[in-house]
Design a protein around this ligand. Structure first.
Ligand code: NAD
Length: 496
């Protein structure tokens, strides 16, 4: 049985723990590896070593740190297919989708290679006679990242390349459900020439996360995952005086105006709701049809009925299994609850099977209409291939509905009216807005800006905000005397 190594003190090593978690292939439920829950001593060694290495890493010239990222992005591209294959096997994602997961991470590494200009401070000459003020951006120290199962390449790569390029050292705690991809990312980082101990990877669950949240040596924590855990991480991390950015769950609405292009709407809805088996924090899980656009629901049903899940290497499959048997049971139970609460179940994905893979966690495409805000399928993040259709009379009503949602990760509007688009993008209380784009994930020179219950903190992932999150600003006011004149002591604030 493959045992996933820890990566501590610059070495890949076997944990001494007796506590191991099975990693399964979601298409077969075969155990493909075991991941350790790192011991207290191993955690301690990783944190201490990251603190020690920080002293030299922060002195490494910024262009050298940038060059490490240049070599790393090139290596990731060279190994793109190989990483995607590992990722497919442990998540069930189709190969093409797995490649996209890796690619979105590579783009962040490319961005991290721009670190010299991203870290520039500000200067003003002559703030007073012969006095100049300038600011530097300095790293924080040891930072930590805790990542979810659904993007095992992209989300770790949102975090450690930006933090390390900024001069920090980093401890990653990947999801215990798919640790093989992040392990490969760490191996390639070492191969790219990362000095020993700059990145450490520890594994485990709540006890290991709690150590990262409470140890005083850790200065900042980045988290991506579910709502209850996200809240816990934010509350516990900040109570322990750390900087925390916590990205949590979502319920993303797509609003459809009757003047939109019907075929584009249907394609966008099918892809954005069931792609990756609906296990994306930016997936569209609610379609809000305005007025006559409601008449398109039967055609949407026809298009969704043609979609089928399958194995990662089946080129005819649109998406793979959900991550675990537990996730499948939860999704199926929520579908049942939706039916009981009075939603119209147009397509039922329960009991789905795939030829040759009888033990996989399959859920077929599922479509509800007549969904109301008080129903469980509307209130809960289902995180499966389930789309809920709602019907409203006006754009104003749709905007109110979206704004009442406790989440604010992503939303989109499909329309041919510039006026409607302008009103929607201005009035909507959601941090990432698509106009005729169903999943508006910003590229890394922007930041990933979820709002409301989808994000706790203030500085978001990647882009300029990540540099702010992983650094501190030091402002220097300096006076160099150019004349011989010596002034006497000042006892009051100078007003000039
Ligand atoms: P999860 O919250 O179960 O796990 C995330 C991480 O937290 C894992 O590393 C896990 O080991 C750890 N963890 C789990 N329980 C914990 C506890 N009680 N205490 C401390 N740590 C704990 O999330 P998941 O199921 O892996 O991921 C899916 C969720 O992530 C969805 O809700 C999805 O919307 C969300 N997500 C959000 C974004 C975003 O950018 N907002 C992006 C991707 C995923």
């Amino acid at each position: 049985m493959k045992k996933v190594p820890l990566f501590i003190e610059g070495e890949f090593c076997q944990s001494a723990t007796n506590d191991w978690i099975d990693v399964t292939n979601p298409a077969t439920n075969e155990v493909i590896a075991q991941v350790p829950c790192a011991t207290e001593d191993e955690m301690q060694r990783a944190i201490a070593n990251a603190g020690e290495v920080f002293k030299s890493w922060k002195e490494t010239p910024v262009s050298e740190r940038a060059r490490l990222m240049m070599r790393y992005q090139a290596l990731l591209k060279e190994h793109h297919d190989e990483i995607a294959e590992i990722l497919s096997q442990e998540t069930g994602k189709t190969f093409e989708d797995a490649k996209g997961d890796v690619w979105r991470g590579i783009e962040v590494v490319e961005h991290a290679a721009n670190i010299p200009s991203l870290m520039m401070g500000e200067t003003v000459e002559n703030v007073a006679r012969e006095i100049d003020t300038y600011s530097y951006t300095q790293p924080l120290g040891v930072c930590a990242g805790i990542t979810p199962f659904n993007f095992p390449a992209m989300i770790p790569l949102w975090m450690f390349p930006m933090a390390i390029a900024a001069g920090n050292t980093f401890i990653l705690k990947p999801s215990e459900q798919d640790p093989l991809t992040p392990t490969r990312l760490a191996e390639l980082f070492e191969e790219a020439g990362a000095p020993k101990g700059v990145l450490q990877v520890i594994h485990g669950a709540k006890p290991q996360v709690d150590k990262l949240l409470t140890d005083p040596a850790i200065k900042a924590v980045s988290f991506v995952g579910s709502v209850p855990v996200g809240r816990y991480i934010y509350e516990t991390g900040t109570r322990n005086m750390k900087r925390v950015q916590s990205f949590a769950g979502a319920k993303n609405h797509m609003v459809i105006m009757p003047d939109a292009d019907k075929q584009q709407v249907i394609s966008a809805l099918v892809g954005a709701s069931v792609g990756a088996a609906g296990q994306r924090c930016m997936a569209i899980s609610v379609a809000v049809f305005v007025g006559e656009a409601q008449e398109w629901i039967p055609e949407l049903k026809e298009a969704m009925a043609k979609v089928r899940p399958g194995a990662w290497n089946d080129s005819g499959a649109s998406y793979g299994p959900v991550i675990s048997g537990k996730a499948k049971d939860r999704i199926e139970q929520l579908i049942g609850q939706g039916e009981q609460e009075g939603a119209r179940l147009l397509l039922d994905g329960r009991g789905c099977t795939v030829d040759g893979l009888p033990d996989g966690n399959w859920v077929g495409p599922t479509l509800f209409a007549g969904v109301k805000p008080e129903m469980s399928i509307y209130k809960e993040e289902i995180f499966g291939p389930v789309l809920s259709c709602m019907e409203v009379d006006s754009l104003g009503e749709a905007i109110d509905l979206v704004n009442q949602s406790p989440y604010g990760n992503g939303t989109s509007l499909f329309t041919s009216s510039g006026g409607a688009a302008r009103r929607f993008q201005h009035d909507i209380d959601v941090g990432q807005v698509g106009i005729n784009i169903p999943i508006p994930v910003p590229l890394p020179f922007f930041s990933f800006t979820g709002w409301k219950g989808s994000f706790y903190g203030d500085q978001h992932a990647y882009g300029k905000q990540a540099v702010k999150f992983y650094t501190e600003t030091k402002t220097i006011t300096a006076r160099w005397f150019s004349s011989e004149a010596v002034s006497g002591p000042n006892f009051s604030i100078q007003m000039r």
